[in-house]
Design a protein around this ligand. Structure first.
Ligand code: C5P
Length: 228
């Protein structure tokens, strides 16, 4: 485990899914265990950072030394993240629902006799990561995650540019025993003029290796500022 310190830095991490309620007993959610994001928060705390973890609904223990804020919906996650800015580093590892029901029914939606279809109207949720990256008090480093099934590099680089990120960690698909709900994963991390493959390895190890890159990128940015 690398010892490069993050002491004195404030790190905000989002993790887990969001649940968008349809009625009091149903929701639209994402398949996310939260393990990668929790491992990222734990790795930052181990390096001495002050870490706030904004967590969607998951059943995971809070990592040592991490301040946890539990949320349910994308709107709540958005509000909780922005309440934690300014920060030095933001890592968006949450699987945020892209759409949310326009209205939440106050009572359980019942099956309608003689009707085979039910239409729900969905509205886009805020893109928390893109908004953080565009914010007036933008963290020095903004990192996203991407779960893609095909054209991984193309989509990941597209998100890196469109969301104005410094780094994006894309899941490498098709590797047995990695990805959703697994303890292991394989990532390729992209930045404007480079890429690095991490793993397959336990998510705890990948999270630590991600911070090696974060520290390198921070040092590079500081170097550029000193020597324009
Ligand atoms: O666009 P896509 O959902 O694939 O982007 C993934 C990245 O964007 C992740 O880091 C995720 O946490 C973030 N995101 C977000 N808010 C959304 C959608 C995605 O912060 N509404």
């Amino acid at each position: 485990m690398s010892g490069t310190s993050l002491a004195g830095l404030r790190v905000v991490v989002s993790a887990g899914p969001t649940y968008e309620d349809i009625d009091p007993v149903r929701f639209i959610g994402n398949r996310s265990s939260g393990k990668m994001g929790f491992a990222v928060a734990a790795a930052a705390a181990q390096r001495g950072a002050q870490v706030v973890l904004v967590a969607g609904p998951v059943s995971l223990a809070t990592p040592a030394g991490v301040t946890r804020i539990d949320v349910r919906s994308a709107a709540q996650m958005h509000a909780a993240v922005f309440a934690q800015l300014p920060a030095d580093i933001y890592i968006g590892a949450a699987a945020v629902a892209d759409y949310s029901p326009r209205e939440v029914a106050t009572g359980k939606i019942k099956k309608q006799a003689g009707r085979d279809t039910l239409t729900l109207e969905l509205v886009r949720t805020p893109d928390i990561l893109a908004e953080v990256a565009a914010h007036a008090s933008r963290p020095r480093l903004v990192v996203g995650f991407a779960a893609e099934t095909d054209n991984v590099e193309g989509y990941a680089r597209g998100k890196l540019a469109n969301k104005r990120l410094d780094l994006i960690a894309a899941n490498r698909v098709g590797i047995a025993g990695s990805g959703f709900e697994s303890d292991d994963n394989a990532l390729t991390v992209y930045w404007s003029d480079g890429a690095r493959a991490l793993g397959p390895a336990p998510k705890t190890q990948l999270a630590d290796e991600l911070f090696d890159l974060v520290v390198e990128r921070l040092a590079g940015a500081a170097g550029k500022e000193r020597h324009p």
